[in-house]
Design a protein. Structure first.
Length: 278
């Protein structure tokens, strides 16, 4: 309940309706004072917002400049590292890539070498058995026993020949793989040696680079400013309403009194005119 309502009720009881006007006027003054206080507070918040915006804008622009400079350094280092790789490739030539013909040739050479070893073992084994046979026969010879020796040698060393072919194939592939890995390792070691000054710095600064778009910071006083603006709007509405109520009370009280006085004056004038005519 406002002062106007309270004073109006008292005025009705005491027969002094002017008290309602006093109460509504008090309400209007109080609302006006609160409104002025809200405006001053809003101006203070606005000043803080302006200072914060200026500070945030400076920090934002400085951060953008730092990121752009960092990006440029990364591009230079990346170009230097690419130049190192180019020079290493030029020095070493085309990387080694084993062909199928090369592997097949290595496999044939290895197989031939392995077979020669087996043949020598087989020949040695056969000679040993033949010597033992001749010794048992007292210097004689036997076709049957010779055939048996040949069959035993074949049965023993034929599987070894198949194993030798398989091993030659595996060793040829393994040799090509190791040769390929060795060439790659040499190339990588050279790139790492000559490119380390660039790559280390690049990796370090890359962690500092933010490749996403930098957003402008928001103000910490924005929420307060919104609340103050809302309160300021409510205060303006309240002041306008109290001022309207005060004006209506003044108009109702003194406008009615003026009309009554005008009516009385008109009646008195009519009576005077009538008396004069008489």
């Amino acid at each position: 309940m406002s002062f106007g309502d309270i004073f109006g009720a008292v005025g009705d009881l005491s027969g002094t309706p002017e008290l309602a006007i006093l109460g509504y006027g008090t309400d209007a003054i109080a609302d006006y004072q609160r409104l002025q206080g809200d405006k001053k507070f809003r101006e203070a918040v606005f000043d803080l917002q302006k200072k914060e915006i200026a500070l945030n804008q400076g920090n934002f622009l400085r951060q953008v400049e730092e990121q752009n400079a960092l990006r440029d350094r990364l591009l230079v280092q990346s170009d230097s590292l690419a130049q190192v790789i180019k020079e290493v490739n030029s020095y070493l030539g085309v990387p080694y890539a084993p062909s199928q013909a090369e592997i097949a040739n290595d496999m044939a050479n290895l197989s031939s070498s392995y077979r020669d070893d087996i043949f020598r073992l087989a020949e040695l084994n056969k000679s040993t058995k033949e010597a033992a046979m001749i010794d048992r026969l007292g210097g004689g010879d036997s076709t049957t026993m010779q055939n048996q020796i040949d069959r035993e040698v074949v049965e023993k060393y034929a599987p070894e020949l198949r194993k030798a072919d398989l091993q030659a194939r595996l060793d040829a592939i393994d040799f090509a793989t190791k040769k390929l890995g060795f060439g790659k390792q040499v190339r990588d070691d050279l790139v790492e040696y000559y490119g380390a000054p660039y790559s280390e710095q690049f990796n370090l600064e890359q962690q500092l680079y933010n490749n996403s778009r930098i957003s402008a910071p928001t103000g910490s006083y924005d929420a307060i400013g919104t609340s103050v603006d809302k309160a300021l709007g409510i205060g303006e509405d309240s002041y306008a309403e109290s001022l309207k109520t005060f004006s209506e009370a003044v108009r109702e009280r003194f406008g009615k009194k003026s009309k009554d006085e005008d009516d009385a004056t008109f009646k008195n004038k009519n009576l005077t005119d009538t008396s004069g005519s008489s």
